[in-house]
Design a protein around this ligand. Sequence first.
Ligand code: ZN
Ligand code: ZN
Length: 239
Amino acid sequence: MIARFLDFLYPPICELCQKPLECGDSICSSCADLLPRISEPFCQNCGESFDGNLEDEFRCQNCLGLTHAFHFARASLKGTSMPFHLVHSLKYRRRFFLAQNLAELMEKTLEEDSRFREMGREAILVPVPLHWRRQQWRQGNQAYELSRQLSKLTGLPLSNALKRVRSTRTQTKLSRKQRLSNLRGAFRLKRGHLDRIRGAQVILVDDVFTTGATAHECTRILKHEGQASKVAILTLVRG
Ligand SMILES: [Zn+2]
Ligand SMILES: [Zn+2]
């Protein structure tokens, strides 16, 4: 009732082109069609897309010589301006209603990628946590909102197994190496979650994968403290 009343006051419009929308959506179908989805070929390690034809599986230049703790990382969208606009709205403008349409894109990625399908129905979704102070400031956590919607769509269980014990300075201008040392000791397994994670296959969920430092550090904790058997990464955007 309240939602209807609010729809009357603020008719829903597309987040990208501002055209009026049918109820239930936050992005219109023409904008959704324009979103740059990642399909093969992409890097088998980090999900970076490759423009062109490649028959074989490939690993990108960035990944040569790197050891990622996670099994693989996959993203649904390329890091162009439209996806980043959506991430920005979700993250800094508290437009959490976007999470439903965005999780639908991530669900497609889960269905399309045989490596996720092999993980089966038992896989657990774990969102990358924010430090409580940052979460309070933003009034929510974008990774949690995406995981929650994804869990609703897929039926996969969701576990807030990780916590961020240390707030870190902003990572945007740091190299991968600097990010890794910046993140050391920033995450812990939450008390009482060992039983859930031990031996489990985990899909770690975040909004953006950039250098993979956050994914790497969270995986280390899930494997060492949580004894997870396998950790794969799913993000909305490959930044
Ligand atoms: Zn639109
Ligand atoms: Zn790569």
